[in-house]
Write a protein that binds this ligand. Structure first.
Ligand SMILES: Cc1ncc(COP(=O)(O)O)c(C=O)c1O
Length: 392
């Protein structure tokens, strides 16, 4: 019954939704209407880093909802959870990334970051990379190189050039007409492809020479997923603007773009209100975010990420696996073709394991579980994947 209503009244994004009927979620498990439990190996997607319904996050949400939720559009009033979260993020990111603009989602955070860069530099152009995914709004689709996804929405936002990721050919095109270079430190939807440290160093150097702002989109890599709080902390490169969302809100909707006071201040004057959002930095989302960060610290989840990565890499050895790419718990298991990936995903689902392919790489399986996944849950997940591969 509810399935029919879903197809009838809820707008569909594809003709093949996963379609699980979820009644509960705890830790790494999703539970459907039949009581069947699934290990969530994708964290829906890269969101549930501290696990589903983490009790400390749930408590923070309830406590805050009982005090106040929405009062007024972002930026007008002083809310304790928002201020404390901004301070915490500033401490984590350090000097130069110590002023936070809160929004609702990854796409909006990318929009805000690009607007900020154009406004601060007064320049028209932006550089992004092939196989990057920055979101689904009109600007974000324009940042996307993949024509099959943005063709229908032309004309796109002008002034955007795309270059190959990890290739130095981009450097000659970073000049004083370019407001920003936006890059993911690990390209998520390309199939978990990490940037080379030297590539990011060269981008940093060329941006410094030309006065171009370097933006890191850490919507997917942030909040511990790659083993440091933000991925930039594992590289020797710091961006001018950092974009976060997804796991930031501990399961609640929240995004942010983070920069220096000098850069960020330009949104507030001549004219003011450079970016406006009603719900950005919602007090309940910020309370959840603070609790989630506390969980990551108290439970030492960053250290666990590397242990878990090693366990997945050690266990997932099979003649069908060509390679495992990625960093921390943003991993991709590469197979030889798309149909094998689809079969493995289906077989895993039947055996109680949710995995997925990547938007721009359908030959790879996604491994991005909650960071609190246990040794036994990793072992069980790998057994199911290996069995599914052997049955191909
Ligand atoms: C790297 C990256 N940037 C931006 C986005 C867009 O985030 P949202 O879906 O919250 O708009 C995503 C979403 O998958 C992402 O992976």
């Amino acid at each position: 019954m509810i399935r029919e209503l879903f197809y009838k009244h809820v707008a569909q994004t594809s003709d093949a939704p996963l379609g699980l009927e979820i009644t509960g979620a705890q830790g790494v498990y999703l539970i459907d209407t039949t009581g069947k439990q699934y290990i969530d190996l994708i964290s829906g997607i890269s969101v549930s880093n501290v696990g589903h319904c983490n009790p400390r996050v749930v408590k923070a949400i309830c406590d805050q909802a009982l005090q106040y939720s929405h009062i007024l559009v972002y930026g007008e009033n002083i809310y304790k959870p928002q201020v404390h979260l901004a301070k915490k993020l500033a401490e984590i990111c350090g000097e130069g990334l110590d002023v936070v603009y809160f929004v609702n989602s990854g796409s909006e955070a990318v929009e805000g970051a690009i607007k900020l860069a154009k406004r601060y530099t007064g320049r028209p152009n932006v550089i992004s990379f092939n196989n990057a995914y920055h979101g689904s709004t009109h600007l974000c689709l324009s940042l996307m190189h993949n024509n099959s996804m943005n063709r229908a929405y032309r004309p796109l936002v002008p002034g955007i050039q795309h270059f190959s990721f990890n290739q130095y050919s981009v450097l000659d095109s970073i000049n004083d007409h370019v407001a920003a270079v936006i890059v993911e430190p690990v390209q998520g939807e390309a199939g978990a492809v990490p940037a080379d440290n030297n590539f990011l160093l060269m981008l940093r150097q060329k941006c410094d020479e030309t006065g171009t702002l370097l933006i890191f989109d850490e919507v997917q890599t942030g909040i511990g997923r790659t083993g440091t709080f933000f991925a930039f902390q594992s590289y020797q490169v710091k961006p001018d603007i950092l974009v976060s969302a997804k796991a930031l809100g501990g399961g609640m909707p929240l995004g942010a773009f983070i920069s220096s006071v000098q850069i960020m201040n330009c949104l507030a004057v001549n004219p003011p209100l450079g970016h406006i959002t009603t719900f950005g930095g919602h007090p309940v989302s910020c309370s959840a975010a603070l609790a989630a960060i506390q969980v990551i610290e108290e439970d030492k989840l960053l250290e666990r990420v590397f242990v878990c990565e090693a366990q997945f890499r050690k266990a997932l050895v099979h003649p069908e696996i060509l390679q495992i790419s990625g960093k921390g718990l943003l991993l991709a298991v590469h197979l030889s073709d798309e149909s094998k990936v689809k079969k493995v995903i289906k077989s895993c689902l039947e055996q109680g394991l949710v995995t997925d392919w990547f938007l721009f790489n359908d030959k790879a399986l996604r491994i991005a579980p909650p960071l609190c996944i246990s040794d036994e849950e990793i072992q069980k997940s790998c057994e199911i994947i290996l069995q599914s591969l052997s049955a191909l």
